[in-house]
Design a protein around this ligand. Sequence first.
Ligand SMILES: Cc1cc2nc3c(=O)[nH]c(=O)nc-3n(C[C@H](O)[C@H](O)[C@H](O)COP(=O)(O)OP(=O)(O)OC[C@H]3O[C@@H](n4cnc5c(N)ncnc54)[C@H](O)[C@@H]3O)c2cc1C
Length: 141
Amino acid sequence: MEKYGAYSEVGKLRKVIVHRPGLEMRRLTPTNCVELLFDDVIWPRLAALVPAFEALRVRSAWAGYYEMNAFDHNGLAGALPGWDNVYTACGFSGHGMQQAPAVGSALAAVIARGASSAPPLDALSPRRLLEGRPLRENNVI
Ligand SMILES: Cc1cc2nc3c(=O)[nH]c(=O)nc-3n(C[C@H](O)[C@H](O)[C@H](O)COP(=O)(O)OP(=O)(O)OC[C@H]3O[C@@H](n4cnc5c(N)ncnc54)[C@H](O)[C@@H]3O)c2cc1C
């Protein structure tokens, strides 16, 4: 079953406004979603809750996917078990930017040597999923 969630990057999440999808969702496209979601869905509800929010306007916004490894919230980097020519570097769960240069460099070395792993990547090997050995990251946003 797929898992969805709402998380805060700036401290404890206290309140989430939830919307039951209706026909309006059929009109959404990547280019109009910011305007439509705010004007048609979020804004009326905010204004009903707090009349002062009637004055709110969207200045800019961005939306995108957040890759998440629900097993232990850590990257999966190295050879894919059961395959001799498939490698992975994914599942970084919101902290892959800081790891990408080292992971990319180590993985390139592994691929060039045809090895299944290298010491810097051992801890992140996808083998841990098969072995049920999580490398749990607790500081997940
Ligand atoms: C909102 C947000 C905030 C984040 N904040 C942080 C942070 O504060 N600190 C931190 O360390 N990390 C953060 N991250 C996580 C970090 O950005 C990712 O973990 C990291 O970018 C993963 O790097 P990657 O190279 O594995 O994948 P990506 O950066 O996703 O790169 C994959 C690339 O492959 C391309 N691609 C996909 N499919 C194909 C295809 N079929 N053919 C060709 N190209 C394809 C994509 O266009 C993309 O350029 C954040 C992520 C998000 C979304």
